[in-house]
Design a protein around this ligand. Structure first.
Ligand SMILES: [Zn+2]
Length: 87
């Protein structure tokens, strides 16, 4: 498997040249560019997704909090009835 430039996809002509002279980036294995993303780019995308997930979680908690508040007063009397000592 040859190495190619992750930016311009130019193939490595000379194994002694480790990077693309045009883009000033290091050549990477062709297999690493199967998804057209480099490993570093995937890491960045993954971190963005993680950040988004946290946003989604925070948003869903914010949306669910008022729902729980409206449910709690309804469930409280039922709990009192269950806990009432039976004489
Ligand atoms: Zn290049």
């Amino acid at each position: 498997m040859g190495k190619i430039c992750p930016k311009c996809k130019h193939k490595q002509d000379d194994p002694r040249i480790l990077g693309c002279e045009k883009c000033q980036v290091a050549y990477v294995d062709e297999t690493e560019l199967v998804t057209s993303f480099t490993k570093d780019e995937l890491k960045i995308i993954a971190s963005f997704l993680l950040r988004d997930w946290r946003v989604y979680v925070a948003a869903s908690v914010g949306l669910l909090a008022p729902t729980f508040k409206s449910v709690l007063p309804l469930s409280r009397p039922r709990l009192k009835r269950v806990n009432r000592p039976q004489h």
